[in-house]
Design a protein around this ligand. Structure first.
Ligand code: UD1
Ligand code: MG
Length: 453
C-alpha cells in the first residue's frame, strides 16, 4: 500500500461491566494490556501519525501506550465525538485514517490492512466499515448493502425491522476513512438519537447522501470480538493462546500438550525446543534453540540459553539467565541470577542475586541467603565449584573457582580458589550406643505393657 496511514484507537470507555478499578483496555490478554495488542497490529502497518483517545483519569493508559500519544475526551459523547477530540492528529492528513477500538485485542494486521485497502482504491470511497458474521447477531448494527456491494446504511439492532434483522453481516465497529473527507463527515454527524450520542456509524448514510462511496471489508468473526466482560476477556485469552501455541509450533517447537502451555504475547521460542505439559510463560521470556522444558514450570522475565534443560517444577523469576546446556531441576527457584555454561542446580534450591560460573554443581537444598531483612546482597560463585547439599550461602559472599563446600555448611566468609570450606561441628561417635539404646527402650515398653489394666 502506497497511501499513508493514520491510526486512531478509541479507548475512552470506562468498561463498567468489567467491574474493575482499572480502565478496561488495561486488562491483560496473554500478559499484555488488551490495547497493546491493538497497537501492535496497527504498528505493523507503519502509520505515519497515531493517537489513542482516552477518558479522564487514565494516566495509566497514557503510560502503557507510549510512544503513541494520547488525547483526552472529557465527556464520552460517542464514537464520532471521540474522533473529533483527536482532530489535532488527523487535521490536514489526506491519506487513510483507521479508527479502531482499544477493546478488540484479537484484531490482526492483515484485517486492518484489508480495511485500509478497501478505501485505497482508484474510485476512493469516503469510508470502509469492517463487517463480520457473528453466530448471534443480537445487539450489532446491520450492514445494508446494494446489489453491487455498496454500503448504504448501518441500522442498529434496536432500530431494525424483522427483515433487516435477518441480515447476517454486522458492524464490527472499526472503520477506515479517506482523510480528505473525514472532517466534513464528522461535522455532519448529529446526536439526535435515544442516547444523545454522536455515532460514527452515521457517517455511512451521510457519505451516501453526499454522493461518496461507502464499502464493507469483511473480516473473521473472532477478530471483531470486543471485550466488555470478564467472561469475554477469558474467551479472548483462549483464542490468543491458540494463536501463540501455533506460532511456537510453526517456529519449530514441540508442545507435547499444547492446550496446557500458556504463553505471553512476547514469548520468544527457538527451534527444536520441547515444552512439556503445564508450563506458563509470563512476560519477557526468551527460550533459545534446543532447550528442553519439562512439565509444571513457571517463568517470568528470564532467558534460557541453548540446550539447557529446565524442570520439572522449576520457577524462573525476573533476571534469571540460564546458561547454555545448564540444568535447572525440580523445585528450584532462580531470581536475578546468571548461571554459567553447563552448570547444574538440580534439586530443591533457591538461587537469588547470584552470579554462577561454568561447570559448577549446586547440591540439593542449597540456599542463597540474599536478604538481611533490609537489603539484598550478591553471591558470586566461580567456575567448576562443587557446592555440597544443604549449603547456606550468606550473602554478600564469594566462592572461588574449583573450590569445594562441604555439605551442610553455612558459608559466611569468602572461599578461596581450590579450597575446601567446611562449616559444621566435628562428628563424634559412640560405639555400640544404638544397640544399647534399642535394648533399653524395648525393656521400658514391655514394663509399661505389664502395668496396663
Ligand atoms: C458499536 C457500533 C455497532 C457495532 C458495535 C460492535 C455505534 C453507534 N455502534 O456499538 O454498530 O455493531 O460497536 O462492537 O458505533 N468510545 C470512546 N468515546 C466515546 C464512546 C466510545 O472512546 O465517547 C470508545 C469505547 O471506549 C470503545 C469504542 O469507542 O472502545 C466503541 O464504543 P461502544 O460504546 O462500545 O460502541 P457499541 O455500543 O459497542
Ligand atoms: Mg462496544
Amino acid at each position: 500500500m502506497t497511501t499513508e496511514i493514520l491510526c486512531l484507537v478509541l479507548a475512552a470507555g470506562k468498561g463498567t461491566r468489567m467491574r474493575s478499578a482499572s480502565p478496561k483496555v488495561m486488562h491483560p490478554v496473554a500478559g499484555q494490556p488488551m490495547v497493546a495488542h491493538v497497537l501492535a497490529a496497527a504498528d505493523a502497518l507503519a502509520p505515519v501519525r497515531r493517537g489513542v483517545v482516552i477518558g479522564p483519569d487514565m494516566e495509566v493508559v497514557t503510560q502503557a501506550v507510549a510512544p503513541w500519544p494520547t488525547v483526552v475526551q472529557q465527556h464520552q459523547a460517542g464514537t464520532a465525538d471521540a474522533l473529533k477530540t483527536a482532530r489535532g492528529i488527523w487535521a490536514g492528513f489526506d491519506g487513510i485514517v483507521l479508527a479502531v477500538y482499544g477493546d478488540t485485542p484479537l484484531i490482526t494486521t492483515a484485517t486492518l490492512k484489508a480495511l485500509a485497502a478497501a478505501v485505497d482504491q482508484p474510485d476512493r470511497p469516503a469510508l470502509a466499515v469492517l463487517g463480520f458474521r457473528p453466530d448471534d447477531t443480537t445487539g450489532y448494527g446491520r450492514l445494508v448493502l446494494t446489489q453491487d456491494g455498496h454500503l448504504t446504511a448501518i441500522v442498529e439492532h434496536a432500530d431494525a425491522d424483522a427483515d433487516m434483522r435477518r441480515i447476517g453481516l454486522c458492524n464490527a465497529g472499526m472503520m477506515a476513512f479517506d482523510g480528505r473527507r473525514l472532517g466534513e463527515l464528522l461535522d455532519a454527524i448529529g446526536n439526535d438519537n435515544a442516547k444523545g450520542e454522536y455515532y460514527l456509524t452515521d457517517a455511512v448514510a451521510i457519505a451516501r447522501a453526499k454522493g461518496y462511496g461507502a464499502v464493507v471489508a469483511e473480516g473473521p468473526v473472532e477478530e471483531a470480538m470486543g471485550i466488555n466482560t470478564r467472561a469475554e476477556l477469558a474467551k479472548a485469552e483462549a483464542v490468543m493462546q491458540g494463536r501463540l501455541r501455533d506460532r511456537a509450533m510453526n517456529g519449530g517447537a514441540t508442545l507435547i500438550d499444547p492446550a496446557t502451555v500458556y504463553f505471553s504475547a512476547d514469548t520468544v521460542v527457538g527451534r527444536d525446543v520441547t515444552i512439556g505439559p503445564n508450563v506458563v510463560f509470563g512476560p519477557r521470556v526468551v527460550v533459545e534453540d534446543e532447550v528442553e522444558i519439562l512439565s509444571f514450570c513457571h517463568f517470568t522475565d528470564a532467558v534460557i540459553r541453548k540446550g539447557a534443560i529446565v524442570g520439572p517444577f522449576a520457577r524462573l523469576r525476573p533476571g534469571a539467565d540460564i546458561g547454555p546446556g545448564a540444568h535447572i531441576g525440580n523445585f528450584v527457584e532462580v531470581k536475578n541470577t546468571t548461571i554459567g555454561k553447563g552448570s547444574k542446580a538440580n534439586h530443591l534450591t533457591y538461587l537469588g542475586d547470584a552470579r554462577i560460573g561454568a561447570g559448577t554443581n549446586v547440591g540439593a537444598g542449597t540456599i542463597t541467603c540474599n536478604y538481611d531483612g533490609y537489603l539484598k546482597h550478591l553471591t558470586q560463585i566461580g567456575d567448576e565449584v562443587f557446592i555440597g547439599s544443604n549449603t547456606s550461602l550468606v550473602a554478600p559472599v564469594t566462592v572461588g573457582d574449583r573450590s569445594n563446600i562441604a555439605a551442610g555448611s553455612v558459608i559466611t566468609r569468602d572461599v578461596a580458589e581450590d579450597a575446601l570450606a567446611i562449616e559444621r561441628a566435628d562428628q563424634t561417635q559412640r560405639p555400640g550406643w544404638a544397640k544399647d539404646y534399642r535394648a533399653r527402650k524395648a525393656a521400658e515398653k514391655a514394663a509399661r505393657a505389664k502395668t496396663k489394666p
